[in-house]
Write a protein that binds this ligand. Structure first.
Ligand code: ADP
Ligand code: MG
Ligand code: ZN
Length: 495
C-alpha cells in the first residue's frame, strides 16, 4: 500500500519512556444458538430464560460444538490474514466466579483456531512506513454470565453464559494511545465487513482489555505491564492508556517498582485502580476439555470460507480512490461501513457520477442517518429515488437549495423524488415569460440602486438581484440561470 497515503502519527515524545501497548478484543458471534448448546443467543431477554443444563453447568450435561461459530472464527482469522489451525481443540480454563457456573470456561489454550495474522492500519509508523499490528492469535471460547449487584446481594443472569466469543489478541506493537484507537476502529471496521457480530461496545458484544507497559526509549526489553479492564468505549481505552502511561512514568521516575496487575477503569473518576495481581497461566490450570473431542478443519472448508469473504475495506478504499477519483476523507467515510459502501455502489450502477453521488451520501444522506439514528438499511430513501433526485437537480428541475429541501421530505416520508418536488411546489417548470417578467420587475424596482451599482462595475450586487428574482419566482428557478439572464439583460443597458 502506498505509504504516502497515510498521515504520520505524532507519538508524544515528551518523556524518556516509550509506551508498548497490546490489545485483547472479545467479539461475540451473532450465531442463532450458543457455543455448546441449543439455547438462543439474544440480548435483553428475561434473566435466565435462555438457559439449559449445558450452559447452567449442571453435572452430566454434555456440550456439542456449534459449527457455525467455528466457521465465523475462521472468517475472522482469514480477514486478519491468520493461519488457520488444522484441528479444533478446546481447553478448560479454571477459575471461580459467580457468573461462571461450571467453575471453568471452555476456551482454547495451546492450539488457537487462528494465529500469526496481521492488521494493517491506515497510519504510518515513526519511520514513515505503513503501520502493521501483528495478530498473535484469535481463538474460540464461551462467554460467562452476568453478575448484577443489588444492595448487599449479587444476582446472576446466565443468559449470556455459553455465547460464542472470539478473542483476538493483538501483538505488543502499538506505541501510543492514538495508535491503539486507530487499531480498534480499523479492527471493528474490518469485522463489520464479515457480518458475524453486532460489534456493540454498549451491548457488550465487543469488549477490549488493554495491556500497557513503558520502557526507556531505545531499550528492547519490555517493561512490566498492567492490563486494564472495564473499558466500555474506544475513547475509554484511549483515556485509560493515557492515564496508565502517566502512572507508570511517575512510578518509575520516583524510583518505584511496578507490579504486573489487572486494573479497572473508572469511567466517572477517569482513573484506573488495582483489581488484582495478574494471574499466571498456571493459576488457571488449563487442561484439554474432556467432554469435547477434537475435530479436523479440512483445507477445503477453509478455502470455501475464504471464497465467501467480501472485498475488505483496505482494498475497497484503494479502488474507490482510484476508480472513482474520490477524495480521501469521502472514500474512507464510505468504506467505513460495508452497507454504506454497498449502497453507494448501487447508486453508481444507476447513475455513473461517482463524485457527485459521493457528495450526496457523505453530506445529506449521512446527516439524515445521524439525525434519525438509523442505518442505511433502515433508511426510507431508496437508491433509485436518490438518483431520481440528483437527476432532477442535474437537469435544472430543482436547484441546490430546493433539492436538499425535497430530500429532507423524502427521508421523512419515503415518497418518490418527483412526487415530493411537485407536492412542495418546488419543481422548476421553466415558464420563460414568467422568468423574464420577474427579471424585468427586479430591474425596474432597483433601477436606481443595485442595478445602477452593477452597471458601474460592482458585480457583487448580482447575487442580490438574483435573490430578488428567486423570491418572485418562489425559488422555482435555477439561480445560475437567473444570474446569466441578468448579466445578458444588463449588458444591453451598459452599451
Ligand atoms: P495473557 O494471556 O497473560 O493475557 P499474553 O502474552 O497473551 O498474556 O498477552 C496479552 C496481551 O498483552 C497481548 O495483546 C500482548 O500484545 C500484550 N502484551 C504482552 N506483553 C506486554 C507488555 N510488556 N506491554 C504491553 N503489552 C503487552
Ligand atoms: Mg489475556
Ligand atoms: Zn444452554
Amino acid at each position: 500500500m502506498a505509504s504516502s497515503l497515510w498521515p504520520q502519527m505524532t507519538n508524544a515524545t515528551t518523556t524518556d519512556f516509550e509506551p508498548v501497548i497490546g490489545l485483547e478484543v472479545h467479539c461475540q458471534l451473532k450465531t442463532r444458538s450458543k457455543m455448546f448448546c441449543a439455547c438462543k443467543v439474544r440480548f435483553g431477554a428475561p434473566a435466565n430464560s435462555l438457559t439449559c443444563p449445558v450452559c447452567l453447568g449442571l453435572p452430566g450435561a454434555l456440550p456439542m460444538v456449534n459449527h457455525l461459530a467455528v466457521e465465523y472464527g475462521i472468517r475472522i482469522g482469514l480477514a486478519l490474514n491468520c493461519q488457520i489451525a488444522h484441528r479444533v481443540k478446546f481447553d478448560r480454563k479454571n477459575y471461580f466466579y459467580p457468573d461462571l457456573p461450571k467453575g471453568y470456561q471452555v476456551s482454547q489454550y495451546d492450539e488457537p483456531l487462528c494465529f500469526d495474522g496481521e492488521l494493517q492500519l491506515p497510519i504510518n509508523d515513526a519511520t514513515g512506513n505503513p503501520k502493521v499490528c501483528r495478530i498473535t492469535r484469535a481463538h474460540l471460547e464461551e462467554d460467562a454470565g452476568k453478575s448484577i449487584h443489588m444492595g448487599h446481594s449479587t444476582l446472576v443472569d446466565l443468559n449470556r453464559a455459553g455465547t460464542p466469543l472470539v478473542e483476538i489478541v493483538g501483538g505488543p506493537d502499538l506505541r501510543s494511545p492514538e495508535e491503539a484507537y486507530v487499531y480498534l476502529t480499523t479492527l471493528k471496521r474490518n469485522l463489520s465487513y464479515l457480518g458475524i457480530s453486532d460489534l456493540s461496545m454498549e451491548k457488550g458484544s465487543l469488549r477490549c482489555d488493554a495491556n500497557i507497559s513503558i520502557r526507556p526509549r531505545g531499550q528492547e526489553k519490555f517493561g512490566v505491564r498492567s492490563e486494564v479492564k472495564n473499558l466500555n468505549s474506544f475513547r475509554a481505552v484511549r483515556a485509560a492508556l493515557e492515564f496508565e502511561i502517566k502512572r507508570h512514568t511517575q512510578v518509575l521516575e520516583s524510583g518505584g517498582k511496578l507490579t504486573q496487575e489487572t486494573r479497572l477503569w473508572d469511567e466517572e473518576k477517569l482513573e484506573t485502580r488495582s483489581m488484582r495481581s495478574k494471574e499466571e497461566a498456571t493459576d488457571y490450570r488449563f487442561f484439554p476439555e474432556p467432554d469435547l473431542a477434537t475435530f479436523d478443519v479440512p483445507r477445503e472448508w477453509v478455502e470455501k470460507v475464504r471464497a465467501t469473504l467480501p472485498e475488505m475495506p483496505e482494498k475497497r478504499l484503494l479502488r474507490f480512490l482510484h476508480d472513482f477519483k474520490l477524495n480521501q476523507p469521502d472514500a474512507e467515510f464510505l468504506v467505513g461501513e460495508k452497507a454504506l459502501a454497498d449502497w453507494y455502489e448501487a447508486l453508481l450502477k444507476l447513475y455513473d457520477e461517482p463524485r457527485k453521488v459521493a457528495a450526496w451520501v457523505v453530506g445529506e444522506v449521512n446527516r439524515e442517518l445521524q439525525e434519525r439514528h438509523v442505518g442505511i438499511d433502515e433508511f426510507k430513501v431508496k437508491a433509485t429515488q436518490l438518483v431520481e433526485l440528483i437527476k432532477l437537480l442535474d437537469t435544472g428541475k430543482l436547484n441546490n437549495i430546493t433539492a436538499k429541501e425535497v430530500f429532507k421530505a423524502m427521508a421523512e416520508t419515503g415518497e418518490p423524488a418527483l412526487a415530493v418536488a411537485k407536492r412542495l411546489g418546488r419543481l422548476i417548470e421553466q415558464d420563460e415569460g414568467e422568468v423574464d417578467a420577474a427579471i424585468a420587475e427586479v430591474i425596474a424596482e432597483f433601477k436606481d440602486k443595485a442595478v445602477a451599482d452593477f452597471l458601474k462595475g460592482e458585480t457583487k450586487v448580482l447575487g442580490f438581484l438574483v435573490g430578488q428574482a428567486m423570491r418572485k419566482l418562489k425559488g422555482k428557478a435555477n439561480p445560475k440561470d437567473i444570474g446569466a439572464r441578468f448579466e445578458a439583460r444588463l449588458s444591453e443597458h451598459r452599451s
